[in-house]
Structures are given as C-alpha cells and as structure tokens.
Design a protein around this ligand. Structure first.
Ligand code: HEM
Length: 335
C-alpha cells in the first residue's frame, strides 16, 4: 500500500500541476486578447503621441502615419458640420430672398425710364465680371457636389453616372480655380478706387440702402452694399484661393494637420461666399429694375442712375460737373 502510494502521489501531483498550468496559461491568453484592454492602451498611445506611426521603407515618411485622432475630427467636420453650415447658409439665404421678394417685389425705377443711358461698365470690366462669375458658379456647383453630392445626388443617379459626373466636376473645380483667381485679382485692381468706404456709406446703410420704402440715399459709383460685395469677393475669393491651392498642391509647406485646417477654411468660406453671391445675383436680376443692364449692355438708364447713384452722376458731370478737367461722359439716347 505504502509502495504504491508514492508513484500515485507523484502522478496526482503532476496532474494537479498540469491543471494549474493550463488554468494559468488560459487565463493569461484570455488577458492578452482582451480587446477593451487593447483599445485603452491604443487610446493612451494616441493621447501621449497624438499619432500612431509604423515603420516603412519608402521615402515618403508621411505614409508611416497609421492613426491620428485629428483625422476623425476632420471627417466629422466634412461629413456633418460642413453639411449643416451649407444647409443653414444657402437655404437660409434663399428663404430670406424669397420672403423679401414676396414682401417688396422688384425695386422699380420710380421716375420711370428716361430713354437716355449712361455707360456704367466698359467691355473689359464686363468681360472680367462674367469670366469670374461663370467660373464662380461652376466652382460653387462642383464644390457643393463634393460636400453634398453623396447624400443628395447619389440616391437619384446610377452610381457609375455619379462617379463620372463627380470626376469631371472635380477637374472643372481644380482648373477653373485659375481663371477665377485671375478674375478676383482683376476685380480688386479695377474697382479698388470706387470701393474705399466713405461717410456717405454710413448714411446709406442707416437708410437701409433705399430697399425699404421709397427712399433713395445718395451714393457714388458703388454704394455701401456693393462695397460689401466687392470686399467679400476680394477677401473671400482670396481666402478660398489660398486655401484651395494648399489642397491642390499637397504638402508644399503644409502638413496633414495644416491641410485639414485648409480644407475647413475652404469649406466654410465657400459656403458663406455662395450665400452672399445669391443675394448679389438676386439684386442684379429680379431684385432691381434696370440693374442687369449695367453688366449686360454696359449702359444704364439715366433715371436709374439718378435714383441709385446720384453722386456718381455728379462726378461724371451729368448733374452739374464736379471736375471740369474731366471729359464729358457718354450719354446716349435709347437704351
Ligand atoms: C448670374 C450671376 C451674376 C449676376 C446676374 C451679376 C450681376 C451684376 C450686376 C448687374 C452688377 C452691376 C451692379 C451695378 O450696376 O452697380 C454686378 C456687379 C458686381 N459683380 Fe456680379 N453678378 C453675378 C455674379 C457675380 C459673381 C459670381 C461675382 C464674384 C464672385 C460677382 C462680382 C461682382 C462685383 C465685385 C461687382 C461690383 C460690385 C457690385 O456692384 O456689387 N458677380 N454684378
């Protein structure tokens, strides 16, 4: 009994040890694949280093970045925040313009047409305006497709058609940025002289620009509202161009972080810019009688000019010449 007992004890001890070892190993294994624990350590890594990087063998060291929390913030901005900003700015402006039109209707030439016209914008000015405007409209539509195409257009089209359209829209967006930028620079240079703020603008603004009631606050060649449009075009166009070129030419003096910031600036500026230009297009078309002709034929009716830009007419020598050294303006019968 005694002789048999020793090997049995050894065997029992070995079995016990094996069970304990298996238990310990499985516990350790369970611990090493615990996903929650892993995620926490990944989070700690991100918090400490702001990025998780691997190793690579190609010269472009940027490609070694595997994870960066700023990327998630940026994606949220692009897919959620910017869509809200665009919806509020553009639909908000459209709603305001519709309400205003229903309430006020077209601002008429109160004294009627005189039948005589005065040149307001020459051919070069009109060419620059329309080149910039056409580029802007295509840039705006192709840009809106980048932000809103997926949720709004894709459900209405075949995926292949949406892809083809988006590809061409992106080419248009990239290449038209160049003539648009040129247009903004030319607008800045051509019309800077007439767009420096003066005291007259304060009075014009206080009187609501004559849009309310039958008031006609005096203005030089550009009134305060047009000066605002001018500076929004120059500064907004400038900001959109600089941030846009940072995206077209990636990593020339920029990092992933500054490119994400450039995309945010580009998106916000563009959406606000589009909203403002909707108001400009409204005034230039159905909002005001006689305004479109200024950029269409280049000449406006004298009574339109008297009602909206009386000080400019004075400068041009039509209402008593202010500077006799200047030649008389081109005033023609008919319109
Ligand atoms: C269909 C689109 C557009 C129409 C119908 C339109 C119409 C007009 C008209 C009629 C004027 C002359 C106003 C006056 O006699 O004083 C004007 C001026 C001007 N436009 Fe446009 N425009 C359009 C788009 C644009 C765009 C997209 C831009 C720039 C991105 C732009 C920039 C300007 C600027 C800076 C002025 C001079 C300041 C002012 O009068 O507000 N326009 N536009």
């Amino acid at each position: 009994m005694q002789a048999l007992a020793t090997p049995l004890r050894i065997a029992l001890a070995l079995v016990f040890l094996a069970i304990a070892a298996i238990g310990y190993l499985s516990a350790a294994q369970a611990q090493s694949v615990n996903p929650t624990k892993n995620a926490v350590s990944e989070q700690q890594l991100l918090q400490q280093f702001k990025t998780i990087r691997g190793l690579g063998s190609i010269p472009d060291t940027k490609s070694y970045t595997l994870e960066q929390p700023a990327g998630r913030d940026w994606r949220h901005f692009h897919e959620v925040t910017l869509r809200w900003i665009s919806g509020i700015a553009i639909l908000g402006m459209l709603t305001l313009l519709i309400i205003f039109y229903l309430w006020r209707g077209m601002v008429r030439i109160e004294s009627g047409r005189s039948g005589r016209t005065i040149v307001r914008f020459n051919a070069v000015e009109r060419f620059v305006h329309w080149m910039t405007a056409v580029c802007f409209i295509i840039l705006a539509l192709s840009g809106l497709n980048i932000t809103l195409g997926r949720p709004l257009l894709l459900p209405l089209m075949k995926p292949e058609s949406f892809t083809a359209f988006s590809e061409w829209a992106k080419y248009a967006h990239n290449y038209l940025s160049f003539p648009f930028t040129l247009g903004v620079v030319l607008i800045f240079l051509m019309w800077l002289g007439g767009n420096i703020p003066t005291r007259v603008d304060i009075d014009w603004l206080k009187r609501g620009g004559g849009m309310v009631g039958r008031d006609h606050p005096p203005a030089y060649r550009f009134n305060a509202g047009q000066k605002l449009v001018y500076w929004i075009v120059v500064l907004g166009g400038g900001a959109a161009a600089v941030s846009g070129y940072a995206l077209i030419f990636p990593f020339y003096g920029t990092t992933i972080e500054t490119m994400q910031q450039a995309e945010m600036v580009h998106g916000i500026v563009a959406m606000l810019f589009i909203a403002v230009m909707l108001a400009h297009i409204y005034i230039g078309t159905i909002g005001m009688e006689g305004a479109f002709e200024a950029m269409g034929s280049g000449a406006v009716d004298l009574n339109w000019a008297k009602e909206h830009h009386t000080l400019w007419l004075g400068e041009e020598g039509v209402l008593g010449r202010t500077d006799p050294s200047q030649p008389r303006p081109t005033v023609a019968p008919g319109g």
